[in-house]
Design a protein around this ligand. Structure first.
Ligand code: BGC
Ligand code: BGC
Length: 566
């Protein structure tokens, strides 16, 4: 069904202000429910960490539904699409199931599993009233120094295409098929196009409009994130486009545009890539949403030019973190003075309304209260545990793994008992958080459950036991986006010292690594009898012990090649 009659009826009834309202997506802290009604706003989002004051599933539901109720009181009663980054489970919500980040799912190479995870995640967001997930990220990261490497399924575009499409199907089809299914939510493939191809040293130095507290430091080196993808069109199509083709075939209805630059132009300004290729050549029928304050970067000195360029290039909905009134006034002026045509506005609005109709948002605007029990529920946690088992890659093993439950164990490393490190970025906070941000099971909790014989000391102050196997758990600190760009992927001195300290106290030494990418461990490798890449497994640490004790096999193939010196 294409809902043409319904869409055309709305177009006839709507004022210019109502049309522009539908094209506006506002961060929830920058708008009140009253404004949503008065401006006929089309979408509200929670950014990373954008929780209500009390971070419980029920409080989320109340917050989202308050905005929704306001939208339903607007003149035309068009429901709101509330969007969130549920990139490894409903990860802003305390108590939600946190699945492995995409890099770990890439190691499983299993589209069925990814589809199930997407479905479970859709259920958890719908429980909180949310119908729109800004996932999956289908970046094809080409340089593991990039802070978003772990958001990609792997370095190979075929693998990314297969798993990305699986996530779209899981999110959108529910169990019966079709967006209107009560268990379906809207998926978003991101970030179009070539975000994974940006080169080291090309990241922009961020202006005041983009996380000034984090990026204001002029000493920060230019990394990769939001940088320049320097390749010809053939390479762009061969490496970065396949996941979008697969997702469109799978029925995706939202695509988020990338902050990056190609051919000397910001992606948000690329009429050729957004309109000619995506909408015309590939027949994409959904709508394009811009990234967080991303259109502002087109011309940081001239907001009006930025808005005009982005909308004319093909952006249909604009993500406005702060001043939505300024966006609305600017776009309204641009239409009145002819810089943006009425036809372009109508096209954008048709696309947005069609998706709202396809989602059946008009008859199920509040999500699904009955799903609240499934948020962090046993079934979803069991699925996450299975995903953890299957994502663990054995990088080195000199006959020590698997270990038996009778082996005396010495366990070292803060990360062995730190759920935040185990989950990584995009967990409760945008950047993630050390310690215990949510409910879950660390490796130490899992060892307690398995009733094996172990000593744990975070700094490795352990008794010497010539029969013992040591488990040294190392982790990257949590990070998201450009904050995670890192020139040097070697272990920090404290981790190297920990290995040196534990080595003489045991017979065999096993390293379990929580990281968003392969690291350069060449120098330390001789100290290890085995090395396990556990990626960022999430809340279900028992999945790690399931594999260590040999109840399940390791995965053999890393989604990213390890650095040369390895
Ligand atoms: C990220 C997107 C995310 C958006 C909303 C941006 O900074 O690049 O991936 O969907 O924020 O949180
Ligand atoms: C938000 C993120 C967003 C980022 C971009 C953060 O404050 O929480 O969602 O991606 O800002 O600046």
């Amino acid at each position: 069904m294409n809902y043409q009659a319904e869409v055309e009826q709305f177009i006839t009834l709507m004022s210019l202000a109502e049309k522009i309202g539908q094209m506006t997506q506002v961060e929830k802290n920058s708008i009140t429910p009253e404004d949503v009604k008065n401006y006929a706003i089309g979408s509200v989002l929670s950014g990373g960490g954008g929780a209500p004051k009390t971070n419980t599933p029920l409080a989320w539901r109340e917050m989202v539904n308050e905005f929704q109720q306001a939208a339903l009181k607007s003149r035309l009663k068009i429901p709101l699409l509330y969007g969130v980054d549920a990139v490894h489970g409903h990860n802003n919500v305390i108590g939600a199931t946190i699945f492995p980040h995409n890099i770990g799912l890439g190691a499983t190479r299993d589209p069925k599993l990814v589809e199930q995870i997407a479905r479970a995640t859709a259920r958890e967001i719908l429980a909180t009233g949310i119908h729109w997930n800004f996932a999956p990220c289908v970046a094809v990261p080409q340089d593991i120094r990039w802070g978003r490497t772990y958001e990609g399924y792997g370095a190979d575009s075929g693998l990314v295409a297969e798993l990305g499409a699986a996530f779209v199907r899981g999110t959108q089809q529910g169990e019966g098929g079709g967006l209107s299914h009560p268990q379906a939510a809207l998926a978003t493939v991101k970030h179009y196009l070539g975000d994974g191809g940006a080169g080291w040293g090309t990241a922009p130095r961020f202006g005041a409009n983009w996380a000034p507290d984090l990026f204001g430091d002029p000493q920060r080196p230019h990394g990769i994130d939001q940088g320049i993808t320097d390749c010809d069109e053939e390479t762009l199509r061969a490496v970065h486009l396949p996941p979008y083709i697969a997702a469109i075939q799978a029925g995706v209805r939202a695509i988020m545009v990338s902050y990056s630059t190609w051919g000397g132009k910001k992606m948000h300004a690329q009429q050729y890539l957004l309109t000619e290729i995506l909408k015309k050549e590939l027949g994409f029928a959904g709508f394009l949403v811009s990234d967080w304050a991303a259109i502002d970067q087109i011309n940081p000195q001239n907001y009006s030019e930025s808005v005009i360029t982005a909308i004319n290039a093909g952006v249909d909905m604009v993500m406005v973190p702060w001043d939505f009134r300024r966006f609305i006034t600017t776009l309204t002026d641009a239409v009145i003075n002819g810089a943006v045509s009425q036809t372009r506005i109508d096209d954008a609005v048709r696309r947005i309304l069609r998706v709202k109709l396809e989602l059946d948002l008009f008859s199920r605007p509040m999500g699904e209260e009955a799903f609240l029990d499934s948020v962090g529920g046993a079934t979803h946690r069991a699925l996450a545990r299975d995903a953890v088992r299957r994502s663990m890659v054995l990088i080195k093993n000199d006959g020590v793994l698997p270990i038996t439950r009778e082996t005396p164990l010495l366990v070292a490393g803060v990360a062995a008992d730190d759920l935040g490190l185990q989950c990584g970025g995009w967990t409760i906070d945008w950047q993630g958080r050390r310690g215990c941000p949510t409910l879950g099971t660390t490796l130490v909790d899992a060892l307690h459950q398995s009733r094996c014989n172990f000593h744990f000391h975070p700094q490795g102050d352990l008794p010497t036991d010539p029969n013992a196997t040591a488990l040294v758990v190392l982790a990257e600190p949590p990070y998201a986006e450009g904050i995670g760009d890192r020139a040097d992927l070697r272990l920090p001195p404290a981790d190297r010292e920990l290995l040196e300290r534990v080595r003489p106290r045991c017979r065999k030494l096993v390293v379990i690594l929580y990281s968003g990418r392969p690291l350069s461990l060449g120098g330390q490798l001789p100290l290890m009898d085995a090395l396990v890449a556990a990626w960022l497994p999430g809340t279900e640490g028992v999945g790690v012990t399931d594999v260590l004790f040999g109840d399940y096999p390791f995965s053999e193939v890393s989604p990213f090649p390890w650095p040369d010196q390895f």
